[in-house]
Design a protein around this ligand. Structure first.
Ligand code: HEM
Length: 472
């Protein structure tokens, strides 16, 4: 029996169930709302810029969404008595989509030539606000488009029901642009997360008995996750990211879009304006889980950027929040892995390196999908775009240095080939980050230069180079 506090056998609210289903829902989310909510479903069906039948929807025309929203019948009393968590999640998904579409379509259409965004609406009509607040309360989350129940994990439907979670076999139940780049972008998140059951199994195994087999399983899961992560370059063209990005913007931190006070949810919260962070992969659970499991989180610097990361934890469903708390109470860190001996430390280093590769490859996405297409300085989650991700990459690199030093001290003759390779790589990884940070400190930084530091050392071989040039 392990000396660490034991994780519960299940963390669930009936929609997610950790660890058996990883971070995905227990079964496929509803594709459409039950007939009794046909008015809401009709807006969802007719809303995307390009609808599923190929014709243009409300969002293709400035102001096109306004009348359907203002004339939506009030579903609040019906929503109040709803008890099926899959219906509640689908309602939350539909209502948050409609809310973001209504609030942000102006910002989308007014997007300037400098690629900054226009202004959002600041009043969410009561036809949507009351029902939305009701379902959000039932789920215990904020009444604003999130990653778990709304945009990503609770939004997939399989095309071939017997088929895999490969993103090409998945489609979005609700969409903004309705184009393949939006679907590829967010369905690849589901594809990646479909490998989380193995990741969580390894953590539960380790929690029961800290041994090499569980670390090997964990490492293999991270390899698979990183392999799928690289597919983003083919799943969604970075040049088209702005087609849908503005619709996932949050209120908090995005004052130039939403103003400084926030959004009034008509007839809710005493009509006091509210601010919530936007939908973002930073609400995903794989990387934070790995940070807590390996002890990376102890290397987060004590600064405002780290506080964003911790704040982001509150944007997750209750079972995920509970799991993170319990995992953190295990207090795992380098000492935990050192007890297993040299192999434990090398596996720790290799696993932390996979966290680095994920973060660095992901930072490359941000350089292309965002920095190359807009100078707008705030991410959808409300964090500063050029400094937040490097903050966490630096924490991971610092931890790797300490693990290497520990191995060198305790095992001075270690010539394990994986270890030697990981040790050799670290200086170059620091250099890439430093060069990028120096370029980004310039007011007129060049995103292509930032990105080129990566391709020069080819850390991410799946990045399209010659065929899809980054210069534009
Ligand atoms: C083109 C693809 C992607 C882009 C452009 C992108 C963009 C971003 C941005 C801008 C942030 C900063 C936080 C914020 O929104 O305020 C962020 C954070 C984050 N994203 Fe993504 N993301 C992408 C794909 C993914 C995927 C596929 C995952 C995981 C399945 C993911 C997981 C995360 C995580 C965990 C963070 C928090 C940062 C950290 O812990 O260091 N992202 N992303």
């Amino acid at each position: 029996m392990s000396a660490f506090p034991q994780l519960k056998s299940e963390y669930s609210e009936g929609f997610f169930s950790i660890p058996s289903h990883g971070f995905l829902p227990i079964h496929e989310p509803l594709s459409v709302l039950p007939e009794r909510y046909s008015g809401i479903q009709a807006i969802i069906d007719n809303m995307p810029v390009i609808k599923s039948d190929g014709s243009e929807g409300y969002l293709s025309v400035p102001g096109g969404i306004v009348e359907p929203v203002l004339t939506l019948e009030d579903y609040c009393e019906l929503v109040k008595i709803e008890e099926d968590v899959f219906v509640i999640a689908a309602l939350y998904r539909a209502l948050t989509f409609i809310a973001s579409a209504y609030l942000l379509e102006k910002a989308h259409h007014e997007k300037g030539i400098e690629e900054n965004y226009g202004q959002a609406r600041q009043l969410l009509p009561k036809t949507v606000s009351k029902s939305l607040v009701e379902v959000a309360n039932k789920l215990g989350v904020y009444p604003f488009l999130d990653y778990h129940y709304a945009y990503a994990l609770g939004n997939y439907n399989k095309i071939d029901k017997e088929g895999s979670f490969e993103y090409k076999n998945l489609k979005m139940a609700c969409a903004f642009s309705g184009k393949s780049d939006e679907s590829g972008f967010i369905m690849l998140h589901v594809d990646i997360v479909s490998h989380s059951p193995q990741l969580l199994k390894s953590i539960w195994d380790f929690n029961r008995e800290a041994n090499i087999e569980s670390l090997k399983l964990n490492y293999d899961a991270m390899l698979k996750i990183n392999e799928r992560r690289k597919v983003m370059w083919e799943a969604s063209n970075w040049r088209n990211y702005n087609d849908f990005r503005v619709f996932i913007m949050g209120i908090k931190g995005n004052t130039s879009i939403f103003g400084s006070s926030g959004v009034v949810y008509e007839d809710c919260f005493d009509n006091i304006p509210q601010q919530f962070r936007g939908q973002s992969g930073s609400q995903d659970d794989i990387i934070p889980t790995m940070d807590i499991f390996t002890g990376v989180y102890k290397y987060y610097p004590d600064n405002v950027l780290t506080r964003y990361l911790i704040d982001m934890r509150s944007y997750r469903p209750a079972p995920v929040r509970d799991f993170f708390n319990d995992l953190q109470n295990c207090n795992y860190d380098m000492e935990t892995f050192a007890i297993i001996g040299l192999e434990g430390l090398i596996y720790l280093l290799a696993i932390v390196n996979e966290i680095y590769l994920f973060r660095n490859g992901h930072w490359m996405f941000v350089q292309k999908y965002i920095l190359s297409t807009t100078r707008y300085p705030v991410a959808t989650g409300g964090t500063p775009i050029t400094s937040w991700l490097p903050n966490q990459i630096e924490a991971v690199l610092n931890y790797k240095v300490d693990i290497i030093q520990r191995i060198d001290t305790d095992y001075p003759n270690c010539n394990n080939s994986m270890y030697c390779k990981l040790k050799e790589d670290i200086a170059g990884q620091f250099l890439v980050l430093r060069n990028q940070q120096m370029e980004l400190e310039k007011e007129d930084y060049n995103p292509d230069v930032v990105h080129s530091f990566n391709t020069a050392v080819e850390y991410d071989k799946n990045v399209p180079s010659a065929k899809c040039p980054f210069k534009h």
